[in-house]
Design a protein around this ligand. Structure first.
Ligand SMILES: Nc1nc2c(ncn2[C@@H]2O[C@H](COP(=O)(O)OP(=O)(O)OP(=O)(O)O)[C@@H](O)[C@H]2O)c(=O)[nH]1
Length: 305
């Protein structure tokens, strides 16, 4: 690792909900570690994906995005995001190719400039597979006008893979020469527990409305190796997780009639976690009501916020 041209650094993607930040993170890292969702604002934790290339290592810091804080949780999330913006080498503003730039985008750009005036900005026009070249050109221009003449704007599609490596090169060009921060092959420095909790949370929210994402937290209570397994049976991990909701009515929604929904959640989450860990697991899920956990500092601490 003595290549003098090797570059490494930290980047975070910002943008309105659903602009493709998580999908882009996954596409760059090449493994499912950040949580994607068709519902807005489900990415809560700062999950880092690590992009390893021959000439560079880019560490992606995935933030939940700033919002107007209404609860203690909201405030903590905002503080976290502000710190992140100032610490990274570049903040990438993601704007979809198929949506007009709006007040939400402008607000985000203003916030980033305000809280981290020295951090480099990069514009990413996402989902370019959704528009024609004729529609893309004016959007690139509009993003460039929004961010200013000195800011690089890169069009990219996470789903088709188009321009992904161009983006990697542009990101690397904004980094200082320096050795890799993480060994090759390491995709994320999030503890496996957090990733498991995220996968369970994603499964539990699947198909639900807008209310629950803010009221559901998942805690991994215990992970233990099942004893007495033969070599042929292979390793089996017992994972016990608690799903916290704020109201009894929400508990009913998550569990479903006769527990049917929770069983489906368990099956979906189990297969994702098995993919992540590469071992078989037994997943035990319980739902608990923790009233107003978002407003209670003690509970927030317990739930990892
Ligand atoms: N066609 C197309 N769809 C995409 C692309 N990238 C993301 N999407 C879709 O856009 C939706 C939102 O993507 P996410 O990656 O979850 O967006 P996000 O910005 O991380 O969303 P939040 O976590 O809510 O902030 C999903 O349905 C994705 O499948 C892309 O390059 N092309």
């Amino acid at each position: 690792m003595t290549d003098p041209d090797f570059r490494s650094g930290f980047v975070c993607f910002v943008g309105r909900p659903n602009t493709g930040k998580s999908t882009l993170t996954n596409a760059l890292v090449g493994s499912k570690i950040a949580i994607t969702s068709s519902r807005p604002q489900t990415t809560r934790h700062t999950i880092r994906g690590i992009v390893h290339r021959e000439h560079a290592q880019i560490i992606l810091v995935d933030t939940p995005g700033l919002h107007r804080p209404r609860t203690l949780l909201g405030q903590r999330l905002n503080d976290l995001v502000r710190d992140t913006y100032s610490e990274v080498d570049a903040v990438c503003v993601c704007i979809p190719a198929d949506e007009k730039i709006g007040p939400g985008d402008r607000w985000i750009v203003e916030q980033v400039r305000q809280v981290a005036p020295r951090t480099k900005l990069i514009g990413i026009v996402t989902k370019i597979d959704k528009v024609s070249k004729e529609r893309l050109a004016p959007q690139l221009l509009a993003v460039s006008e929004l961010l200013g003449p000195d800011v690089d704007v890169v069009p990219v599609s996470a789903t088709s893979g188009e321009q992904l490596e161009v983006l990697v090169d542009v990101l690397a060009s904004h980094m200082e020469p320096g050795p890799a921060f993480y060994p090759d092959g390491e995709l994320t420095d999030e503890p496996e527990e957090t990733l498991m909790a995220e996968l369970i949370r994603e499964a539990a929210l699947e198909g639900l409305g807008d209310e629950l994402p803010h009221s559901l937290a998942v805690v991994i209570e215990e992970i233990s190796e099942r004893e007495g397994r033969t070599e042929k049976q292979g390793e089996l991990l017992d994972v016990h997780a608690l799903l916290y909701v704020e109201r009894p009515s929400q508990k009913g929604i998550v569990i479903g009639k006769g527990g049917a929904r929770l069983r489906e959640v368990g099956t979906a989450a189990r297969s994702q976690i098995e993919k992540l860990l590469g071992v078989k697991i037994y997943l035990d899920l319980h739902v608990k009501v923790a009233k107003d956990w978002q407003r209670d500092p003690k509970q927030l601490g317990r739930l990892g916020f």
